[in-house]
Structures are given as structure tokens and as C-alpha cells.
Design a protein around this ligand. Structure first.
Ligand code: NAP
Length: 277
């Protein structure tokens, strides 16, 4: 049983660490590698890996949209997200695509904010990329009364709202301050902070103190957004927990059994993210 994570760049990916620890704990005869795919070569490289007998691959930036387009059988949630992070190669040669980011986000909230009632108040989400789209669909499916998407480029938020129905509404960044006092869950799903830029932050002082703040970014683990939330006394959920939770259904799809969640993969990832100096 072989699987891999593909992307460009890929050296930073923590997925081999997570899947490797679960393989070891389950005493499974399997491998999980990193594969760098050159830009422009995604379909050919995927077919090459398929021909090598892999069970499937996880897909990371910048290929998630191409992964969906390549699939013979996309899951409804991958179609809603407009992106796939999981390709499973069938014995008949067909490629199934799924998107487990939304499931990962919900799992992280359940793990790090136990007892949080998603159905009690609106969700406010910053960002309107692939991750936000998948998360919004999962939140609506899980019973959130409404999902308010706030994005720098309003048109992208409006496109998600138009697709996902009346429970999802779109606003510009300038309108967000007035919306925050109603929010139960506040999520940063922007990619701000990559490439050495300042991380995303937004004044949270008007947020209800019972609100939960989540950041999808996990490097740094404590982002400026989460640090501010914690200072204000809000409960916080980090992107590392989401990363681990989104890997659970992939592992089952590749290796035929659920991972042993008692393994401290979080500790392994933390050690890899912050090596002792
Ligand atoms: P994406 O499709 O590239 O979308 C990026 C989003 O961030 C867009 O809405 C963009 O706004 C916004 N943005 C970028 N820079 C910004 C800035 N300086 N200020 C305000 N908004 C800004 O990315 P994605 O795939 O959705 O991923 C989003 C984030 O989630 C990334 O950091 C990714 O690493 C993370 N993620 C984490 C996990 C996990 O398991 N923890 C899983 C998936 C994704 P515009 O539309 O205006 O450009």
C-alpha cells in the first residue's frame, strides 16, 4: 500500500510525518511519500503515480483545482469546494476526488473547543479561496445558522454565497467590524502571512467572549489572530489540529482502516515545526 502527498513546493509538508506515524502505530505495510510535481505537469505526474500502483494521493497547493478537474468521480463536497485535496485511484483506473478540509475544520473545532454549539450563532469567516469555500459548505451542512464570508475581493465571497445558498452571505473587509459582535465562530481562512508577509489580524474586541476563534494557518502555530483572541479570553482552535483531522479520512481511503488517534501526531508535528535551537 503506497500513497503520497503532491504539491509544489512540497518539502515543508507535514503529511508524511502524520501518515507515517499512523502506519507505524497500525503495524501496516505501507509507505507515504512526498512528491514534487513541476508546474504544468500535474495530469501526467498523477497518471505516472497511478501506474506505479499507488492507492492515491493527497494534493496541496497549487494543484487542488486541477485535481478536481482530473477526477472521473468527484464527491459532492469536492464539487462544492471547487477543489480536491484527496485523489483515490480505483482498481478500474478511475480517479475519485474528495475534499476533506471542511471535515478537518469541524473536527478541529470539536477537539479544541469541546461543547461549542455550531448551531447557536453565525459563523464569520475571513477569506474566499478554496479552503473557505470547502469550510463554508461543511459549516452549512453541519447546521450553522448562517455563514458570513468576508473577503478582500468581495466578488469572490459573493460567488461562494451565490453557489451555497441563502445561509451564506458575502461582505467586504470594511463591513466586518459591524458583523463580529454576532459571531459564534470566527475563522481566518485567508492565506495572508505566507512568504514572510505579516499574518492576518482583525480587531476582535467586539467579539462575544463566548466566541471561538480559529486560524487555518499553522505556521506559526499561534498566529497574530489567535494571539489576540487568546488575550481577549476567547477559546482558540489552530490550523495544525485541522491539518491532522483532514488527514484522517485520507488515511482510511489509502490504507483501508482508520488511524489510531491515540498516537501523538500533534506532538511530532510541533517538534517538526519548532525544532530545538
Ligand atoms: P487561496 O485559494 O489562495 O485563497 C486565499 C484567500 O486569502 C483569498 O480569499 C485571498 O483574498 C485572501 N488573502 C490573501 N492575502 C490576503 C491579505 N493580505 N489580506 C486579506 N486577505 C488575503 O488559499 P486557500 O487554499 O483557500 O488557503 C487559505 C489558507 O488556509 C492558507 O493559509 C492555507 O495554508 C490554509 N489551509 C490550511 C489547511 C489546514 O489543514 N490547516 C487546509 C487548507 C488550507 P482575495 O480573494 O482578495 O485574493
Amino acid at each position: 500500500m503506497k500513497a503520497a502527498v503532491v504539491g509544489n513546493p512540497i518539502a515543508h509538508s507535514l503529511s508524511p510525518l502524520i501518515h507515517g506515524a499512523w502506519l507505524k502505530a497500525g503495524a501496516l505495510d505501507g509507505t507515504y511519500e512526498r512528491v514534487l510535481i513541476p508546474l504544468g505537469a500535474f495530469p501526467a505526474e498523477i497518471h505516472r503515480l497511478q501506474a506505479q500502483g499507488l492507492s492515491g494521493v493527497n494534493v496541496t497547493l497549487p494543484f487542488k483545482e486541477e485535481a478536481l478537474a482530473l477526477a472521473d468521480e468527484p464527491s459532492p463536497r469536492a464539487v462544492l469546494a471547487g477543489a480536491a485535496n484527496l485523489l483515490v485511484f480505483g482498481a478500474d483506473g478511475r480517479i475519485c476526488a474528495d475534499n476533506t478540509d471542511g471535515e478537518g475544520m469541524l473536527g478541529a473545532v470539536a477537539a479544541q473547543a469541546p461543547g461549542f454549539d455550531l448551531t447557536a450563532a453565525p459563523v464569520l469567516m475571513f477569506g474566499a479561496g478554496g479552503a473557505a469555500r470547502g469550510a463554508a459548505a461543511a459549516l452549512v451542512a453541519a447546521g450553522a445558522p448562517s455563514v458570513v464570508i468576508v473577503n478582500r475581493t468581495l466578488a469572490r465571497a459573493e460567488a461562494i454565497a451565490a453557489e451555497l445558498g441563502p445561509k451564506v452571505r458575502a461582505f467586504s473587509l470594511g463591513e466586518a467590524a459591524a458583523l463580529i459582535s454576532d459571531a459564534g465562530l470566527i475563522v481566518n481562512a485567508t492565506s495572508a502571512g505566507l512568504a514572510g508577509q505579516p499574518g492576518f489580524d482583525f480587531p476582535l474586541d467586539r467579539a462575544p467572549r463566548a466566541a471561538v476563534a480559529m486560524d487555518m494557518v499553522y505556521k506559526p502555530l499561534i498566529t497574530p489572530f489567535l494571539a489576540q483572541a487568546a488575550d481577549l479570553g476567547l477559546r482558540t482552535v489552530d490550523g495544525l489540529e485541522m491539518l491532522i483531522r483532514q488527514a484522517v479520512p485520507s488515511f482510511a481511503a489509502f490504507f483501508g482502516q482508520a488511524p489510531d488517534l491515540s498516537v501523538d501526531v500533534r506532538g511530532l508535528c510541533l517538534a517538526a515545526l519548532e525544532p530545538a535551537s
